[in-house]
Design a protein around this ligand. Structure first.
Ligand SMILES: C[S@@+](CC[C@H](N)C(=O)[O-])C[C@H]1O[C@@H](n2cnc3c(N)ncnc32)[C@H](O)[C@@H]1O
Length: 202
């Protein structure tokens, strides 16, 4: 039987989307993909009260619980939606509406049949780059070295992105805000492969 417990999960409207349709207030915009349990979103929104945050999380339960916490603390300027980022990004605009973007430890899928579910694909890189404002910062991090190599090659190949590391950086540009998995890796002493890109001007 289908689990209906999170049928009320927060969804984005149909059709073309703007930041103003998704969160309240003004100020710079952070876009987080796949926040999971949401520690980064909660910490970042708390530390940046002048900014807005939009998170897209495919799991309905986690999106619902995180959105409840964000709305209770930030009156709509920080939101999490139960959505597949790969279907929402192409509908979001205008170009250059995002100031910061974070993709922490994406792609927990390993089987070949799940390849279509991968987040950091060429079309994702294209849409994400389109949404970033010139000078905006994108962080992609993972603890899986092969995935890091794959992501870096894909990201650095885009003419709109300029790598800030060679290829990895030691510290997140958004520290001290950390994702749950990032905090766990620090406790366990696991390496984290952090890639930082800036959107090229023009
Ligand atoms: C390995 S978890 C990492 C969670 C969190 N970012 C962290 O670092 O603790 C990957 C997260 O991405 C989400 N996810 C996977 N594919 C997604 C997609 N297409 N759109 C939005 N979220 C997605 C998963 O549901 C999961 O919450």
């Amino acid at each position: 039987m289908r689990n209906t417990k999170y049928d009320h999960c927060p969804r984005v409207p149909e059709g073309a989307l703007t930041v103003e349709m998704l969160c309240a207030g003004g100020g710079p915009v952070m876009l987080e993909i796949g926040p999971g349990r949401g520690m980064f979103a909660l910490q970042w929104a708390e530390a940046n009260p002048e900014a807005r945050l939009i998170a897209l999380e495919i799991r309905r339960k986690w999106a619902t619980l995180l959105d409840e916490r964000l709305r209770a603390r930030h009156q709509g300027r920080a939101r999490c939606f139960a959505e597949d980022a790969n279907t929402v990004l192409p509908r979001l605009g205008p170009d250059g509406c995002v100031d910061f973007a974070a993709v922490h430890f994406p792609d927990p899928w390993w089987k070949k049949k799940h390849a279509k579910r991968l987040v950091v694909r060429d079309d994702f890189v294209h849409e994400m780059t389109r949404l970033l404002k010139p000078g905006a910062t994108l962080l992609v991090q993972t603890d899986v070295e092969d995935r890091a190599t794959e992501y870096f090659e894909r990201l650095v190949a885009h003419p709109g992105l300029v790598a800030q590391g060679a290829p990895y950086v030691d510290e997140s540009p958004f520290a001290p805000a950390r994702s749950n998995r990032e905090a766990r890796a620090a406790i366990d002493g696991l390496p984290v492969y952090r890639m930082v890109f800036v959107k090229a001007a023009g």
